[in-house]
Design a protein around this ligand. Structure first.
Ligand code: ZN
Length: 358
């Protein structure tokens, strides 16, 4: 099937472009009581940055805990809470933070206009109605959530994205100045999500010229940052923001692969953060991406990063089986990695062996 790419509606890009957010939202505040729902990464609690958010007295600002991956339960709770205020719908849902906060913004805006629980919409093309306006503003880069048509959610049974024609945000603000204070190693782990997206997109059966072009350029920029001597220079902060954007776009015309398929399984049991989980998994995937795993280790060495070990050591055999079950449901990823006969190659025993090494 062809993919009808829906990119982000508008992109405001440049250093300190965040200061124009008030003007952008001003255009949407048509009524006197129009309000904006701001979702802000809890990392900014008590920090001066909050004073820069152009909120009006009638707006609602919620701090979002990002320890866990985004959950359907939290999406449903926030939507119910705002609807319960009888203020009407916000003129924009603004997500300021990393992949988790941006995915919350993208999901919550859809659930204002689609009945029921967000659990019903996990998967491809289940969303029927356009959501309210959505603005995403990354303050950490790598996930590609700022541009992707997917909002990844963990539900009671599935960890699966809501994906469809209405999922992409309407407005993106790319201000490299906002990502300069991200602490290590969080920055490294999140950035590596972008590297892994590119490696997976560029290697597999679903690749295409469009996906390749975007992924190749993203990877080129990424190598500049992490194989060089100073990954945190101002120029490299800006490059990382753009690498993440291009990497996210490349996935629309390709697919993620073995690392994401296993990492989703690992996360459902251990609740490990997406970026960290990906690094733990990728480090064991020489069989699938031999050159890239070598390069990944070199990037870790240059940047003094030591990833967690023994992540699955305390897991019961049942828990390992549960991880394998989740991983094997991600058929489209495995088809991209191994082709139509993937089931002959990706056996439960192979996955068990890999998981036990993590
Ligand atoms: Zn990812």
């Amino acid at each position: 099937m062809f993919r009808n790419l829906k990119p982000v509606g508008r992109i405001l890009y440049g250093r300190n472009s965040f200061d124009q957010l008030g003007d952008i939202l001003g255009e949407l505040r048509i009524e006197q009581d129009s309000f904006v729902l701001f979702l802000v990464d809890k990392y900014f609690e008590g920090k001066d940055f909050l004073k820069r958010i152009p909120s009006h007295p009638q707006d609602i600002l919620k701090m979002i805990d990002t320890i866990d991956e985004p959950k359907t339960k939290t999406v449903d709770e926030i939507v119910a809470e705002i609807k319960g205020l009888n203020k009407g719908l916000p003129v924009s849902v603004v997500g300021i933070g990393g992949g988790t906060v941006m995915d919350y913004a993208k999901a919550i805006r859809l659930m204002f206009t689609n009945e029921g629980s967000s659990v019903q919409y996990q998967g491809l093309d289940f969303i029927k109605n356009k959501g309210v306006h959505c603005t995403v503003i990354p303050t950490i880069s790598g996930t590609g959530a700022e541009v992707s048509m997917t909002t990844v959610l963990t539900g009671p049974v599935k960890k699966l994205g809501i994906k469809g024609n209405f999922t992409a945000a309407d407005q993106l603000v790319l201000d490299p100045e906002l990502i300069t204070t991200v602490p290590e190693p969080i920055r490294f782990y999140t950035a590596m999500d972008c590297y892994i997206h590119n490696i997976e997109a560029l290697n597999g059966y679903r690749k295409s010229v469009m996906g390749d072009s975007l992924g190749t350029e993203s990877l080129r920029i990424f190598r500049d940052i992490y194989l060089g001597s100073d990954s945190r220079s101002p120029e490299n902060e800006e490059k990382l923001m753009i690498a993440s954007y291009l990497g996210g776009l490349s996935l629309t015309y390709s697919e993620v692969g073995a690392c994401h398929a296993i990492s989703y399984g690992l996360a459902t049991v251990t609740n490990i953060h997406h970026g960290v989980g990906n690094c733990v998994v990728f480090n064991q995937l020489e069989e699938f991406y031999p050159e890239a795993v070598k390069e990944f280790r070199e990037m870790m060495r240059i940047n003094n990063i030591d990833i967690p070990h023994g992540v699955t050591a305390g897991c019961t055999p049942d828990e390992i089986d549960q991880m394998i079950d989740v991983s094997l449901t991600l058929i489209f990823m495995w088809q991209h990695v191994c082709g139509p006969d993937w089931e002959k190659i990706i056996t439960r025993e192979k996955l068990r062996g890999l998981l036990m090494k993590m």
